[in-house]
Design a protein around this ligand. Structure first.
Ligand code: SAM
Length: 329
């Protein structure tokens, strides 16, 4: 069996890397302001270590890497790190997930470094609500950052919207309109019960089917066929739209059977499934001088430990409390 095939015959080709647990926003559903415990700097993998891990990952079969966080753009010397990554053989696809606050000044350097694909998280188009959700007054910075990213040539630009009832579910049509006017792939993401005990409730959850039926009032939706190795988003386009909309439905339509990913946490753990606390420690062996071959074995162990499917709907209290910012959402 190929080293990157898991027990359920899924080929694992995608690694999401959280480069830091720090973030310049404090989103109400993602980052607590009280008792926020951050890792000591010494506990976070340094760039050299991350590059080493990714190099091994590519030898095991990883072809696609996404940098995330925390907020990846706030980590010092990030562009330099990205340049090194862009030079690494066997990576066919490198992308970044960012809140976009620093994109205005960093879009150009990141594009020059070789990145072409970027996801920007933006849960509202209303500046005041943006401040309420993120606890920071940064809407204009993100909006300007998006325009700069577009101008320097990033494509596709994906705009990720986590839909939460009572918070931003009344903005679906505004986002639909954005997808018509701008060449962005607006992706509506189901709110997941992860990260903070007590914040997610079934009432706040909006299924993608419900979102879709609301969006149909905006206009007819044309389905875009999913490429064979495409991501989990179900994609659509409104008539004569410059962009697209998509739905990511981790709860209502599990995409576990086609899951191809592993996550590397900011503190050096390989996480086989977003919704399971099982992790393979890679930092300790790495810092104890383990061999390249040992790292490969650890990777294969993480692949072997991927569960058949997640059980996010039935998580017990106390499970899955690791913050998204440390896992790399
Ligand atoms: N700072 C970057 C950003 O904002 O995109 C990367 C890290 S952030 C944790 C990644 C994504 O996870 C964001 O789009 C955020 O909205 C999403 N996220 C956080 N908690 C979530 C939850 N409970 N359900 C769904 N998405 C969540």
């Amino acid at each position: 069996m190929a080293p990157n095939v898991d027990p359920y015959n899924r080929e694992i080709t995608y690694l999401r890397v959280s480069v830091t647990d720090r973030c310049n926003l404090r989103c109400i559903y993602c980052t607590p302001v009280k008792d926020l415990k951050l890792f000591d700097h010494a506990d976070i993998l340094n760039y050299e270590e991350i590059l080493k891990v990714i190099r091994v990952a590519t030898e095991v079969g990883i072809k696609k890497v996404r940098l995330t966080g925390g907020e990846p753009l706030i980590r010092r010397n990030f562009v330099h790190f990205v340049e090194s990554l862009c030079r690494m053989p066997r990576i066919e696809d490198l992308s970044i997930t960012t809140n976009g606050v620093l994109l205005k000044k960093m879009a150009g350097p990141l594009f020059e470094a070789g990145v072409r694909r970027i996801n920007v998280s933006l849960d509202t188009l209303n500046p005041l609500k943006y401040t309420k959700i993120t606890r920071r007054e940064c809407f204009d910075a993100v909006w300007n950052g998006l325009q700069i990213a577009e101008a320097v040539g990033f494509s596709p630009i994906k705009v990720n919207v986590v839909v939460i009832r009572g918070l931003n579910d009344n903005e679906l049509l505004r986002f639909a309109d954005l997808s018509v006017r701008k060449p962005y792939q607006v992706r509506f993401i189901e709110y997941m019960p992860i990260g903070r005990d007590g914040d997610w409730t079934p009432e706040k959850y909006v299924s993608s089917d419900e979102m879709k039926s609301k969006l149909k009032t905006f206009g007819p939706l044309r389905k875009i066929p999913r490429p064979t190795h495409g991501g989990p988003a179900e994609r659509y386009r409104f008539e004569s739209a410059k962009g697209e909309i998509g739905f990511i439905s981790p709860l209502s339509h599990h995409f576990c059977p086609s899951c191809n990913r592993l996550r590397l946490t900011a503190d050096g753990k390989l996480r086989p499934c977003l919704f399971a606390d099982d992790e393979v420690d890679i930092k300790t062996p790495l810092r104890n001088g383990c061999s390249h071959e040992d790292l490969r074995v650890l990777f294969q162990e993480a692949i072997a430990r991927k569960p058949r499917e997640h059980h996010a709907e039935t998580l017990e209290k106390g499970e899955c409390l690791r913050l998204m910012s440390t896992i790399g959402g």
